[in-house]
Design a protein around this ligand. Structure first.
Ligand SMILES: [Ca+2]
Length: 244
């Protein structure tokens, strides 16, 4: 009996601990929501709400050799992530960041990140990283009527410049010393990035290192009923995290 009782107590304590770990209300007075710490870092999921996903890059628990910094001013949230390792100009998948996104409103969404160059004065160096949505129904670049698909997915055409294994090289243009909302693919022919989610479910967004000193601050994924200006509004409420 005593052993059974001890086991019961342990079970209850475990359940309460799990409940607290997953249900803590971290919303503060401003627009930020502190990231929930899931016992299994891979179980954190960002929830789409009303066609919008807004995530601080630094909110991920496992940032896999990206440096979490706050020394370059003008970032949003508490930090940004910057890659200071080797460059992987034609080798996506290194320094992998994985963000799980729970979609409840299927449809076509646009993707934009806020990033900047943190080394030197050239706006066209240290200005890109890799992006992939491998399990989405569609992932492509669009400029007017022109559509490009990531390489090695059996689709064509593919973008100018680097693309490999379903990954797009995503770059920003403009001055080096400014944070900017821009995600373009196809060199010298910038196409905007779109993702299609045909059914409700949890999808995986992956980012990996390409150019050193490219810093990632925040990303948004937004449906066609939301304007870009509304999506990138810096006072917008961040997506909630759950431990799935
Ligand atoms: Ca940030």
């Amino acid at each position: 009996m005593k052993t059974t009782s001890n086991i019961s107590n342990l079970l209850i304590i475990s359940i309460i601990t799990l409940f607290l770990a997953c249900s803590t209300d971290n919303e503060s007075d401003d627009n930020t929501i502190s990231p929930i710490t899931c016992q299994n870092p891979d179980s954190a999921v960002y929830e789409e709400k009303d066609g919008l996903v807004v995530v601080e890059f630094e909110s991920i628990q496992n940032h896999n050799d990206w440096v979490k910094e706050n020394s370059t001013t003008g970032f949003l949230g508490t930090h940004y992530l910057v890659w200071k390792g080797n460059q992987f100009l034609n080798a996506p998948g290194n320094g992998l960041l994985t963000y799980k996104i729970k979609i409840t409103n299927p449809g076509t969404y646009r993707f934009i990140w806020r990033s900047r160059v943190t080394n030197g004065t050239s706006g066209s160096e240290h200005n890109d990283s890799w992006l992939r949505f491998a399990d989405a129904s569609g992932f492509y670049g669009k400029k007017g009527e022109s559509i490009v698909y990531p390489a090695d997915t059996g689709q064509s055409p593919t973008p100018n410049g680097s693309s490999k294994d379903g990954w797009f090289k995503i770059y920003k243009s403009g001055p080096a010393d400014q944070w900017k909302w821009q995600s373009s693919t196809s060199d010298n022919d910038g196409h905007d990035i779109f993702v299609e989610f045909d059914t409700p479910g949890t999808y995986t967004m992956e980012v990996s290192a390409r150019s050193s000193f490219h810093a990632l601050d925040r990303f948004v994924i937004f449906s066609e009923n939301i304007t870009q200006n509304d999506a990138i509004d810096e006072t917008i409420v961040l997506s909630e995290t759950i431990c799935d």
